[in-house]
Design a protein around this ligand. Structure first.
Ligand code: ZN
Length: 373
């Protein structure tokens, strides 16, 4: 099997980075018009700046108001508008669904795509994958674009204004990155790109985990205080760049499959992707019988930043055996990345690990509370 690694063409992160967008487009060779796909809040925050800065570079913009769902219907609308206006680039500015739809539309037309996330809630911005839903919001499929975004611009001044829960959920998504990439490597399984992981991808996944443990709590406190600090900056990079490269070029394993299984429970729908993935990571660590020190570090980290470690934390305080079994069956569906674990799994083992993770989380919470931390 070949080693395969992929990444966005260029990644730029920093305070007020949006101002550099038109200049970067020129550098990419873009001229004429750009289509910006965005939602209400970023439009309100950035529209004046877009008009000014694009005009300075002699570029025109058209703005497409995102309809709310990353569906094939929405992708078709954006592609039609891009063709009618003969734009030479599509730029997504917003959350994961906006970026996914912009990426899928650009791929359809073979146009360059730029992703400008306005929250650090997931590892989607740097990747090739778009998650497509029906217009009613039910998962439909994963679309793989031919290339990673040509440019990713992460404006930390904008990310700082986003709800804190997104930053924490992004840390949950990033927490699973090392454990999943490591499982794939140990099992000799493929990454998302259909190859083996490189040393580089493995190191990025390790650095992602180390950065979370070192800077996660401080970054959250700084964000609560509205301070753009070095820790905040590093966590935005861990959630967006390291986790993005780590999952795509390192591979996924049980944590994300368990997340997918959990989505069958309507009670979990109010929880963010990264929150459910964090619980998935805990289940994976239990199943792999990882070292006690690792388990304790993960539980401490999750508890400190407010990531789920019990079934109650993800809306399932009284999960029945039947429900747990359903989650386990879905976790082990043939297409799922749970099969990238270095050993074969049965539904019974997954069910058992879900309850053991919950018990571990509950015990940890009571000791954490009695320690008064
Ligand atoms: Zn994820």
């Amino acid at each position: 099997m070949l080693n395969i690694f992929s990444a966005p063409g260029r990644y730029i992160q920093g305070a007020d980075a949006t101002a550099y967008l038109p200049k970067e487009l020129k550098r990419l060779g873009v001229d004429g018009s750009a289509l910006i796909v965005t939602s209400a809040t970023p439009r309100q925050q950035l529209e004046t700046l877009w008009h000014q800065s694009f005009q300075q570079q002699g570029l025109n913009i058209e703005i497409f108001d995102f309809g709310g769902e990353a569906s094939f219907e929405e992708t078709a609308k954006i592609s039609r508008r891009a063709q009618e206006s003969q734009v030479s680039v599509i730029i997504g500015v917003g959350g994961g669904k906006v970026l996914d739809t912009a990426r899928a539309s650009a791929d359809k037309l073979n146009l360059p795509v730029v992703c400008c996330p306005t929250t650090a809630a997931s590892d989607a911005p740097c990747s090739t994958v778009s998650v497509i839903y029906t217009p009613q919001g039910v998962f439909e499929s994963c679309l793989f674009s031919r290339r990673n975004p040509d440019l990713v611009i992460v404006d930390t001044s904008i990310i700082l204004k986003a709800p804190l829960r997104g930053l924490v959920a992004g840390m949950g998504d990033a927490l699973a990155t090392f454990f999943e990439a490591d499982a794939c490597y140990r099992a000799g399984k493929m990454n998302i790109l259909g190859g083996s992981s490189t040393l580089c991808a493995r190191m990025i996944a390790q650095l992602c985990y180390a950065t979370l443990l070192k800077d996660g709590i401080t970054a959250l406190k700084d964000a609560q205080a509205g301070v753009l600090s070095p820790s905040f900056d590093r966590i935005v990079e861990a959630n967006t760049l390291m986790s993005g490269l780590g999952f795509e070029s390192g591979g996924l394993a049980l944590a994300h499959s368990l997340h997918n299984g959990l989505t069958a429970m309507t009670e979990t729908h109010v929880f963010m992707h990264g929150e459910k993935v964090a619980f998935g990571a805990l289940v994976q660590i239990i199943l792999e019988a990882r070292d006690e020190n690792i388990l304790s570090a993960v539980l401490t980290f999750c508890c400190s930043v407010g990531l789920p470690i019990t079934l109650s934390d993800i809306g399932l305080p009284s999960l029945t055996q039947e429900q747990a079994n359903k989650i386990a069956q879905l976790t082990l569906a043939p297409h799922e990345s749970a099969h990238n674990e270095p050993f074969a799994l049965t539904a019974g083992q997954v069910t058992d690990a879900i309850y053991r993770a919950d018990a571990c989380g509950q015990a940890f919470k009571s000791s954490y509370a009695s320690a008064g931390t």
